[in-house]
Ligand binder design. Sequence first.
Ligand SMILES: [Fe+2]
Ligand SMILES: [Fe+2]
Length: 201
Amino acid sequence: MPNEKTAPLPSIRTKQPFMTDVAELRRRAREDIEKGAVTAAYRADRVVVVDLLNQALATELVCVLRYKRHQFMAEGIHADTVAAEFAEHAAQEQGHADLLAGRIVQLDGEPNFDPQGLAARSHAEYTRGTDVADMIRENLVAERVAIQSYSEMIHFIGDDDSTTRRLLEGILAVEEEHADDLKTLYASFGKHPDAEVSGVK
Ligand SMILES: [Fe+2]
Ligand SMILES: [Fe+2]
């Protein structure tokens, strides 16, 4: 009888072994080999996940386009600082788009880069911005849209596809940093973000 110190943790003692028999695991891996990373253990609805990832991809691509426009159109005494921030965000959004496209392919889907309908597939909007303050505000709004949509996707996927969930969580963390950067930048222009972003002017 094990004493108090050597007894296994209750969770380990009561749980069933999680692994399938190794021979069975190897046999299954050889089946449907053309499915690549998608095995019988994949619990999510693959088609739905690919569709969600394509919506996120469209959102990132629209964000790249909006940030690039704003980067080159920023004018005024703070233009260099603001343009540099926009350029950095654009590059990071492009990186997110690449990660999403890569995961879509891993899930046997096809990343949708079709410019036709891109704006409609995107959750965030492409806004031109009238001046630098307006550009910052519009980007902050778009980041908040992205934060909300990634949060909902993560909640939806739950434990059914942990690789996609971790990917989305990593992107979400960067979107939160972007929103924070823009809030600081907006405040430096003497605007109160909470007041205007929410539409209360
Ligand atoms: Fe992004
Ligand atoms: Fe972002």
